[in-house]
Design a protein around this ligand. Structure first.
Ligand code: DKA
Length: 174
């Protein structure tokens, strides 16, 4: 098992002020992806996927990711439960995910209608993994937004090797 770049303490990860859970709903394309278990070389052909957030009555989100895999559309659904402050969540039904000891989600920044950055941290089999996503309401974002994402990833200790920009596709995610 390779060594992992340590996950930053949550306190060092910004939180979107006055997070609006209703406005964050809907479909987000994963325009950028970075994490301590990602490798640019191994993932050079990584295809874009989309994640949809739908608010439930109890203020949890149903979170559905749709990915093209082996010529089929795979769907992954999980629940994010609101945590102690708006914009922060924990994975619901964690007992259904063998090996996962904790899973925290934090919306770093968003304007709701164009772009978002979200931080995810999980403890899996006693190892701490983290990733950040650059979400877009569209499949393309400006170079400036992508560069801001790269800077943020590097501020968290990641390098260019850990940052990927998935290839836009039409299947499954439209
Ligand atoms: C995304 O990549 C959303 C990621 C959500 C991850 C939750 C997975 C929990 C099960 C291990 O857009």
């Amino acid at each position: 098992t390779p060594n992992l770049i340590p996950a930053p303490p949550l306190l060092r990860v910004p939180l979107q002020p006055d997070f609006q859970d209703e406005l964050f709903q809907g479909k987000w394309y994963v325009v950028g992806l970075a994490g301590n278990a990602f490798n640019k070389e191994e993932n050079s052909q990584f295809k874009m996927y989309a994640t949809t957030y739908e608010l439930n009555e109890d203020n949890s989100y149903s979170v559905t990711s749709t990915l093209l895999r082996n010529q089929r559309c795979d769907r992954w659904i999980r629940t994010f439960l609101p945590s102690f402050q708006p914009g922060q969540f924990n994975l619901g039904n964690i007992e259904r995910y063998p090996g996962i000891q904790s899973y925290t989600v934090r919306v770093v920044a968003t304007d709701y209608n164009q772009v978002a950055t979200v931080f995810f941290k999980k403890v899996y089999k006693n190892r701490e993994f983290f990733k950040i996503t650059l979400y877009g309401r569209t499949k393309e974002l400006t170079q400036e937004l992508k560069e801001n994402f790269i800077s943020f990833a590097k501020a968290l200790g990641l390098t260019d090797d850990h940052i990927i920009f998935p290839i836009p596709i039409d299947q499954c995610i439209d």
